[in-house]
Design a protein around this ligand. Structure first.
Ligand SMILES: C[S@@+](CC[C@H](N)C(=O)[O-])C[C@H]1O[C@@H](n2cnc3c(N)ncnc32)[C@H](O)[C@@H]1O
Length: 313
């Protein structure tokens, strides 16, 4: 299916020549990393939490300090679907002390030292439960490759047999587009990122779990029955190549989180679904990481923020 042309609400990547910092071509791991490194360490000490602080900083910068895009202030009953390490749920609970924030995940990988208003449950989101419509806000982020049917996924957020929204409550989803672009023009077919994308299309076909989801979220939310559905697309650099300070900082954090995280979800799927050998996987991941670390490639990606409201209020 062709991708709808994204409407750029925030042009983070900028244009070649005018906004490219030609003085910077390396990765964040060189001598220019000292500020970032100390940010990571300081953040860890202040919060006493030792997991993925670069991811927290990245997402906070993407939304310019906000934790979600939906137009709801001070939601009191909040659900984070497929919460992972639970960092979003913890941040919302810290930000709104009067709210009860619940995070659901199949894996018990959440920390035990959490704010008193967070509840983590090891559970399957697809399970029917006794809840009535109670949530003001349901949030999902980077759950690509885990949802068998996205229209059904969104319908559950409207259906009182599942963990559903109150009438007037908001669903808020964030997903990355898996196709990578460069300011220097089309990315070559045999670029490691494109090899990765092609392989993950095959993984989608074989598992029935789509990875190329971001441009379709709006349509799926509308098909499920949400109203006031809005899509915002943010373009984010991979690396410190943009000239503008804000974009450069965002690009640096994006570079770091991709560099550190890419292998995690790639290796298992390529081994289990595609039967790739370990050395083949390691070579592809190493090439992707080298590309991520090379700011001269001028790579950028798109993040889709989509939110919609449950009718009835
Ligand atoms: C990439 S992580 C999510 C990251 C997290 N949302 C964040 O922004 O930090 C995807 C998570 O989905 C969980 N998951 C997959 N299928 C699930 C299901 N049916 N119910 C609950 N959790 C599920 C996995 O255990 C994994 O932790």
């Amino acid at each position: 299916m062709p991708h709808p042309r994204p409407q750029f609400d925030t042009d983070v990547a900028g244009q070649e020549n005018e906004e490219t910092d030609s003085a910077f071509g390396g990765s964040i791991r060189g001598s220019e990393t000292s500020t970032l490194d100390s940010d990571i360490l300081r953040y860890r000490v202040e919060n006493g939490r030792t997991y993925h602080s670069y991811a927290i900083i990245f997402w906070t910068l993407v939304l310019e300090g906000d934790l979600y895009s939906a137009p709801i202030k001070n939601p009191q009953d909040v659900l984070d679907v497929e919460t992972g390490t639970g960092i979003w749920a913890i941040d919302v609970a810290d930000m709104i002390p009067s709210a009860i924030v619940k995070g659901i995940d199949l894996s018990p990988i959440q920390p035990s030292w959490i704010p008193p208003n967070v509840r983590f449950e090891v559970d399957d989101y697809n399970k029917e439960r006794e809840h009535t419509n109670r949530f003001d806000l349901i949030h999902s982020r980077e759950i690509l490759g885990t949802v068998p049917d996205w229209v059904q996924f969104y319908k559950k957020a409207l259906d009182s047999r599942f963990s559903a929204l109150r009438p007037g409550g908001w669903m808020d989803s964030t997903e990355p587009l898996i196709h990578i672009n460069s300011i220097h023009g089309p990315v070559a077919k045999d670029h490691p990122f494109n090899i990765w994308t092609t392989q993950f299309a095959t993984i989608s076909e074989q598992t029935g779990l789509l990875w190329d989801v971001a441009p379709h979220l709006k349509r799926w939310m509308e098909e499920a029955g949400f109203v006031n559905v809005t899509e915002k697309v943010v373009r984010v650099a991979i690396g410190k190549w943009p000239k503008a300070q804000k974009q450069k900082e965002l690009g640096a954090w994006n570079q770091l989180r991709l560099d550190m995280g890419f292998g995690d979800f790639t290796e298992r799927r390529m081994r289990n679904v595609l039967n790739w050998q370990n050395d083949e996987i390691m070579i592809l991941v190493a090439k992707i990481r080298a590309s991520v670390q090379n700011s001269k490639e001028g790579l950028f990606m798109h993040l889709y923020h989509v939110y919609g409201q449950k009718p009835g209020e």
